[in-house]
Design a binder for this molecule. Structure first.
Ligand code: C2E
Ligand code: CA
Ligand code: CA
Length: 747
């Protein structure tokens, strides 16, 4: 089975998708925008830090310059010219009060490395460690160092000393106590000064917020940041790098060179500072995401709600038909299926519709048609209200009813009385209201998986489709025979023409006997069909169908020709013959055309017209004046005319005077209905028949009774002086051969 999601779900998903896409777009756009402005904010932040660090740099430079100046105050060259160590010692002693408070001591070193300290001590120094003595630079600030023999952390400031001839003779220097330097620097607050540090050319910390690291270098433990150690950073230019501290915290480090020295000044910017820039943004983003999410949630739930309402509405439309408020067919089928599950119950299913509803719709307007449907639905609903039944409306005027019944007989009796009430009611309407019904039954024994409500409806529909348009039947009940009949009719229809061409139709003759002397006075030609596929068939099998499909007129002419041929052959052979009646179907409705076609055939044979009689039906499609017209036309050509099945219609007596027929053939039902099982006719009927025969004779009509089967019937008819009888009592319809034999015996 193919798995498919419902359109509602698909719609919900698509909404989610669209909403998500929308959210992503908004977020991307907004983050693009904010990240741009944030980049700028970050840049501004760094720019301001640069200003800060430059400020620090100035301070440090100033401090260093002040040390240089303080040192330079001792630059009194004549003391150093003569290389008189004692004189130098004296000089330091005399001017020691001029020493800067940060200076721990001072010294002079000649170009051989012999140094005199202000304390009076003479020591040997490494000349190469003093760039001033190498003639490289005038002033020099040293790297980190310790005062010899002590733990006192210092750096040195030195100045190259020249004689009168501008010849380098050595350096004077001062040891500066790191502590006091640091205090001086850190004493000036610029922002967060615990982030401030200085390291020397070799990466040793001179100033650091943490005392314990002074005099040490730092290289991060991590491979990623190993190039951000103090030594590495002392080589490059001013920069901003990302690094990591010994506690593993990431941070930015901004460095700058101090021009007076080869030192590096750095300030560290904790990541949190940068993050601070982004926090409002992050908050904003979070807010946006939350908002978007809520919006999506709202949209989706709104849509779900709308869908729900929509669906409910649809359910209303799929469950209840808006016009009649009855269940829809769909819902009806659902409920019926539940009902049918009861394995021991009998059910009756009725499908109803209104005849010519399309016509009503077109001619009386939709509004009236709707009213009619509403009326019909209300009536049906009322009718079933006292039963265990359900009802639904299908397309247009189609209604379905399922009833749990006790017995078919009871149900049908009730049903018929209801249908009769409809017919009564219909008389009060301006609009033609003639419902028709198809019925199917379901008995407990017949239940199987195949019998569904759909199949029951199918059967009822089929039964209904067999109802003719002649208003004689209002309902039809489905049974397997009905289906068989329909299938047979389909077969007949597809074979009738070729059967006619193949002469499968033939004529039999049923004698008409004069009641006064029991002699043959005529015969009726009755058609038979000998089908190789369906066997020998009497007209009831195919004539009603041919009347519906119009083929009967062709068959009529065929029979006429067969009869004319037969009569002509008899005449030509000089054999005895009697007048033959042929049947004219109810379908012929144009007297001129009929006469033309009839005479066309008749004229091909040379037989006197008084040997041929036409039986026209009382209940034909022709109206009385047309019947009159054709009778007159036939009379003109010398044929006689019999009124067939007389008494089966409503206007019988009325038309007796109007239509100039020669013979009245009383319908079989006269005898059939008034004869008991012993073949006797009841007295009441006898009287009635007597009067009719009497009347007919007075109107100078010949009287013939059909369906004479018993001697009692024959005797009665003879007693009332009826002219002729036709029926099994005398003879069944006979083949040509047998009929000729019969004539010979009964003439
Ligand atoms: P119908 O014209 O009333 O024909 C008389 C029917 O009564 C014939 O039935 C005949 O066999 C039957 N019948 C005769 N005597 C008795 C009897 O004593 N008892 C009973 N129960 N029935 C008897 P059949 O031949 O089956 O024809 C049925 C109908 O078919 C005819 O009724 C007629 O309307 C029609 N039909 C027959 N042949 C033709 C034809 O060639 N053309 C036309 N248009 N209709 C024909
Ligand atoms: Ca007849
Ligand atoms: Ca008849």
């Amino acid at each position: 089975m193919k798995q498919s999601i419902s359109p509602e779900k698909a719609k919900l998903f698509s909404t989610l998708l669209v909403a998500s896409l929308f959210m992503i777009t908004v977020l991307t756009l907004s983050s693009l925008f904010t990240s741009h402005s944030l980049k700028r904010a970050e840049q501004q932040y760094f720019e301001s830090l640069e200003k800060t660090i430059e400020g620090y740099q100035k301070i440090v430079s100033l401090q260093l310059t002040s040390y240089r100046n303080a040192l330079h105050a001792f630059y009194v060259d004549e003391y150093f010219y003569n290389d008189d160590k004692e004189k130098i010692k004296e000089f330091f002693k005399k001017y020691s009060y001029k020493m800067d408070e940060s200076f721990i001591g001072m010294y002079f070193m000649d170009l051989e490395g012999n140094a005199v300290l202000s304390s009076g001590t003479e020591i040997k120094m490494h000349v190469e460690k003093h760039p001033g003595a190498l003639g490289k630079q005038k002033y020099y600030f040293s790297d980190f160092g310790k005062l010899p023999g002590t733990n006192i952390q210092t750096f040195a400031v030195e100045e190259a000393v020249y004689d009168n001839n501008k010849k380098l003779i050595g350096v004077i220097g001062a040891s500066v106590k790191l502590d006091s330097f640091a205090q001086k620097i850190l004493g000036i607050k610029l922002g967060t000064n615990d982030s401030f540090m200085i390291w020397d050319r070799l990466g040793y910390f001179l100033v650091h917020p943490r005392k314990d690291v002074i005099g040490l270098t730092y290289t991060p433990d991590s491979e990623e940041f190993k190039n951000t150690g103090t030594l590495a950073l002392s080589k490059g230019k001013s920069s901003i790098v990302k690094t990591i501290d010994d506690a593993g915290r990431q941070m930015y480090l901004m460095t700058i060179r101090i021009p007076e020295s080869s030192w590096t000044l750095a300030i560290k910017i904790p990541m949190t500072e940068i993050e601070k820039i982004y926090t409002p943004e992050k908050r904003q983003k979070l807010l946006l995401i939350t908002f978007s999410f809520l919006l999506i949630l709202l949209l989706v739930s709104l849509e779900a709600k709308v869908l729900d309402i929509f669906q409910k509405k649809q359910i209303i439309a799929t469950v209840y038909d808006p016009l009649t408020n009855l269940w829809t067919r769909q819902r009806f089928e659902q409920e019926a299926t539940k009902m049918l599950r009861n394995p021991h119950s009998k059910f009756m299913l009725i499908e109803a519709d209104i005849r010519g509803f399309k016509f009503i719709n077109q001619n009386y307007g939709e509004e009236n048609a709707d009213k009619l449907i509403l009326f019909f639905s209300k009536t049906l609903n009322k009718n079933i209200s006292e039963y265990n039944a359900i009802i639904g409306r299908g397309f247009a005027d189609h209604f379905y009813i399922l009833i749990k019944i006790h017995s078919v007989h009871q149900a049908m009796a009730k049903f018929k009385s209801i249908v009769d009430s409809y017919i009564d009611e219909a008389k009060n309407f301006e609009i033609p209201f003639f419902p028709k019904f198809g019925i199917s039954f379901l008995m407990p024994g017949e239940k199987s998986k195949e019998t569904t409500i759909q199949s029951l409806i199918g059967q009822a529909s089929f039964a209904k489709s067999t109802i003719k348009d002649n208003m004689l039947t209002q309902y039809s009940i489905y049974n397997s025979k009905l289906l068989e009949k329909i299938n047979e009719e389909r077969f007949i229809e597809s074979h009738m023409q070729q059967a006619l061409d193949a002469h499968e139709f033939f004529v039999m003759y049923q004698p008409k006997i004069s009641l006064s002397d029991d002699k043959i006075v005529g015969a009726e030609a009755l058609v038979r069909w000998n089908s190789p596929k369906l066997g020998l068939m009497t007209p009831d099998k195919f004539i009603p169908l041919f009347e519906r499909n119009g083929f009967i007129t062709k068959l009529d002419y065929y029979v006429y020709e067969e009869v004319f041929k037969f009569v002509q052959t008899r005449l030509m052979k000089g054999e005895p013959i009697v007048p033959i009646s042929v049947n004219m179907s109810r379908n012929h409705n144009k007297p001129e055309k009929f006469m033309h076609d009839f005479m066309d055939i008749f004229n091909r044979y040379s037989i006197p017209s008084n040997l041929i009689q036409l039986e026209i039906l009382e209940r034909s499609v022709m109206d009385n004046s047309t019947l009159q017209d054709i009778t007159e036309k036939l009379h003109k050509e010398g044929f006689t005319v019999a009124m067939d099945d007389f008494g089966s219609g409503e206007s019988s007596l009325n038309m007796l005077t109007k239509i100039p027929v020669d013979v009245l053939k009383f319908d079989r039902e006269f005898l059939n209905a008034s004869t008991d099982s012993e073949g006797r006719i009841d007295k009441k009927s006898e009287k009635f028949i007597h009067i009719l025969v009497y009347l007919s004779k007075n109107l100078e009509k010949q009287t013939v009774f059909e369906g004479v089967e018993t001697q009692a019937q024959r005797d009665f008819l003879r007693s009332i002086e009826c002219d002729q009888a036709q029926g099994f009592f005398y003879s069944k319809p006979l083949s040509e051969q047998d009929f000729m034999q019969f004539i010979k015996l009964h003439s």
